[in-house]
Design a protein around this ligand. Sequence first.
Ligand code: R5P
Length: 295
Amino acid sequence: MPDVDDLKEAKNYCADIPQKNQPFFLKGSGALDWGMQNRLARIFNPESGRTVMLAIDHGYFQGPTTGLERVDLTILPLVPYADTLMLTRGILRTVIPASTPKSIVLRVSGGTSILKELSNEDIVVDIEDAVRLNVCAMAVQVFIGGEFESQSIINMTNTVNAGTRYGLPTLAVTAVGKDMARDARYFRLATRICAELGAHYIKTYYVEHGFETVCASCPVPIVMAGGKKLPELDALTMASKALQEGAAGVDMGRNIFQSEAPTAMIQAVRAVVHKNEPPAKAFDLYQTLKKQAKA
Ligand code: R5P
């Protein structure tokens, strides 16, 4: 029982100081509910406003791809250097320690494999399971211009609707079909459609020309997708350019876990994202850490 006798009279009302409400400063998030903002602030570092997402969800349509044969052995050592892990509930439950302080972005679309038409996805995780897993966002693939374009957009809007009931943000992942042009015009179209229909942030590929127009015309943050494995310096340069041109972080998989030295690579990516380190300096860091790991 609180002590009711001998109460001190409260007097620190500071009536002359207006109370401040500080919405999370991330692009497009100021009008979201507190829970949504809080989860986004666990994905995007509140100091830099950026994120290093480590994407390891490839198995949901590719099986055990190179570097992800044993997630427990190859990925767990990288976790301390990521802000967020993007993965499936299967890997989350079986491999990731529940004690992890890292935010989780859960892949919730799927239902296809590399053997068939990839855009024919559905939503494969109930919103209640995403809540049970205490994730910070749900990720859905959107195939603008793809064979099942409409179905994939509806997958995303259903996820946004369900997530809104529980304060869970949605990450739209723009997937590009084999015969589609990977240019700024296409990504402006794809990202803007996802944002207009409610995605809270969007993962998309970097393009050499006009990437700044993709970021500027999208009212929510863009995170750069890594894509196929590049030489380390090229991947760091691509990330640096994307950030300078408006991206709020990266969501990289193969360019980290397929690197010759994944732990060194993720730290170099981190330096580019959170410290604005120029690519050449980040590459030096990569080489130094790689040597240290071998010694
Ligand atoms: C596919 O489209 C998924 O988003 C991935 O499985 C993954 O996130 C791709 O990451 P990365 O291209 O950087 O390997």
